[in-house]
Ligand binder design. Structure first.
Ligand code: MN
Length: 232
């Protein structure tokens, strides 16, 4: 191959919680409507036949405890607190047991969303890219190895806006558990190290304005934070 015309920005990476290494971000998959109460507040039903997904480009990744400028093109930018998981081994057409074995680590994550655009796209049966693949919209706190986290079950997941609790649920409230999600997705993609999956948000999503500070946590994982600043 002849010389590349220009260099792309380096891929983002998420630190491990013990500071030992960074996990490079390849693909970002996100599960939609994975908590019954959140589907209800969005005015839709959970699909019990199979999970569904949207994606974000890797450069949508945003560091933990950073400042994000209010994005262009929206007047209703929302927080969504989620459990993130990172794939640690190639996995294709996996059983649930094989899927679980391929999970490298977990983290707190935010799926920041242009809700007005997402809902307009949804109403017109168009893709959600402008609503969801927002620059800086995939926030990842440091990753904790799956063995340290243990089984995903009744751990609390919560988010506060300027210190006021907005989202408060249990990971066991997920419609599709992590093994089912990884197994299902592996029937459509050759999942591999670098793939991160956001597993959906509980009820209580809402808007932010410049100056707001989001803080969130999941039992057993490092906390997450994001500050919103004025639009550029
Ligand atoms: Mn989400």
């Amino acid at each position: 191959m002849s010389q590349l015309l220009f260099d792309l920005p380096a891929l983002p990476a998420v630190p491990m919680s013990d500071g030992s290494a960074h996990y490079p971000v390849g693909r970002i998959f996100c599960v939609g409507r994975n908590y019954v109460d959140h589907a209800k507040e969005m005015g839709v039903e959970v699909d019990r036949e199979a999970p569904f997904y949207f994606t974000k480009t890797p450069w949508a990744a945003q560091p933990n405890e950073s400042v994000l400028a209010y994005p262009p093109g929206t007047e209703n930018f929302h927080y969504e607190m989620e459990l993130g998981l990172a794939i640690g081994a190639p996995v294709f057409r996996a059983s649930k047991d094989q899927a679980r074995a391929a999970i490298h680590s977990y983290c707190c994550a935010l799926d920041m969303t242009r809700r007005d655009l997402q809902l307009a796209e949804r109403a017109k049966q168009r893709p959600w890219d402008l609503g969801k693949d927002v620059e800086g919209s995939a926030v990842f706190a440091p990753l904790t190895p799956a063995q340290s986290m243990g089984d995903i079950g009744a751990q609390r997941i919560h988010l506060a806006l300027n210190g006021n609790l907005k989202q408060d649920a249990r990971l066991s409230d997920m419609v599709w558990n992590v093994d089912e999600i990884v197994s299902h997705l592996s029937h459509f993609y050759h999942l591999r190290p670098g793939d991160l999956i956001l597993t959906g948000t509980p009820a209580g999503v809402g808007p932010v304005v410049p100056g707001d500070k989001i803080t969130g946590g999941i039992e057993g994982l490092d906390p997450i934070a994001l500050t919103i600043s004025e639009a550029e």
